[in-house]
Design a protein around this ligand. Structure first.
Ligand code: PEP
Ligand code: MN
Length: 359
């Protein structure tokens, strides 16, 4: 699969901004004029809005496309909107929208993605694909593949975080390792961080955008509204054009690499240490599993069950305390130990079953 960049610009960040929803012609044009002054790369605005519950504002529909067309004519900005079905694609193409995006609720559904892919066949419009609302990398990749198979070559992705049931400071938790893995598998794809839908609030937008820059993401997509408190959708996370300018001005964009010899030598040395520690970790984990297998055999011969909850709780609690001394968070220790424990159990189960076969 050959993926070409949606944006030709090489310097980071690529900037996409505009209101969550197009509400009135005036609101769209005021936003666009302010953002054109800031030289953004793409103006966003939702025309058809996928809302969680009915009776919310579901977008102005096709009339909004004519407002986006005016934005192009008046400001020269390129424009993008979300499409969720075949009709949206045809309408958007008719009005000369420059880039289309697939929303998180569309990416989850292969039928919808395929319908959009079929409608796109034969066109050359660039497409940005948001991650699905659930943390399923394969589903995200599947959507990219469907759009690519329809003949679209300029494809980018938007990381907008993942639904999470529970307490969180985020509206959608970022789970950065998922877009990082996507980038590992598709190094040519441009990744845009939608900090607005990750944060769901204004005060953390810069922190998340900065993290995206530190991870070498190509750009950001932020919701910008002339009067955010009065926005018809996502009011809490939208910011004014002036605040947005402060945000982009504060972003520190670091170089991906350098030719500075001293830096390269130092980093090489440190990476070498990391590699050695990783080797040690693998040896230790392998040894731990061998001991677990011995325990499995011993338990089997004495007819004792594998899982012993009291022992497991003691291990976990002790590890959290020890981890704390080394500056390791409770969340990290608990995730890593649970994974090790699960692997140990699998090894023990294997030993028990092998012994059954032997007898
Ligand atoms: C949006 O960008 O306004 C939107 C609806 O986003 P998402 O698909 O990420 O929820
Ligand atoms: Mn929104």
């Amino acid at each position: 699969m050959q993926i070409k960049p949606v944006f030709q610009k090489k310097e980071r960040p690529i900037v996409i901004a505009g209101p969550c929803s197009a509400e009135t012609e005036e609101q769209v044009l005021i936003s666009a004029r302010a953002l054109a002054d800031q030289n953004i790369d793409l103006f966003r605005s939702g025309i058809w809005k996928p809302r969680t519950r009915p009776n919310s504002f579901e977008g102005v529909g096709t009339i909004g496309l004519s407002w986006l067309k005016k934005v192009k004519e008046e400001t020269g900005l390129k424009v993008t909107t979300e499409v969720a079905n075949r009709e949206h694609v045809f309408e958007a193409l008719k009005y000369g929208i420059d880039v289309l995006w697939l929303g998180a609720r569309t990416t989850v559904n292969p039928f919808s993605v395929q319908e959009i892919a079929d409608a796109l066949a034969g066109t050359e419009i660039p497409v940005l694909i948001k991650n699905p609302i659930n943390p399923d990398l394969k589903l995200w990749i599947g959507a990219i593949e469907r759009i690519a198979k329809a003949g679209i070559s300029q494809i980018g992705v938007i990381h907008r975080g993942f639904s999470y049931h529970g307490d969180s400071n985020y509206r959608n938790v970022p789970r950065w390792q998922i877009p990082i893995e996507l980038k590992r598998q598709f190094p040519d794809i441009q990744i845009i961080c939608d900090n607005s839908h990750i944060c769901g609030r204004r005060d953390t937008l810069l922190k998340v955008a900065q993290k995206a820059m530190d991870l070498n993401f190509e750009g950001i997509m932020t919701e910008v509204h002339p009067t955010p408190d009065e926005a018809w959708s996502d009011a809490k996370q939208q910011i004014t054009p002036a605040i947005f300018q402060e945000l982009t001005n504060s972003l520190v964009v670091r170089d991906e690499s350098t030719n500075d010899i001293e830096f390269l030598e130092t980093i090489d040395h440190l990476r070498h240490q990391i590699d050695e520690i990783d080797d040690e970790l693998m040896n230790l984990l392998g040894n731990r599993m061998k001991v677990a297998e011995q325990i499995g055999g011993y338990k089997k011969r004495n007819n004792i069950s594998i899982l012993q909850p009291t022992r497991w709780n003691e291990i976990l609690e002790a590890a959290i305390l020890k981890g704390n001394i080394h500056g390791l968070s409770e969340g990290f220790i608990s995730v890593i130990l649970k994974a090790i424990h699960e692997e140990s159990i699998n090894h023990q189960v294997q030993v028990m079953n092998e012994e059954v076969v032997e007898h």
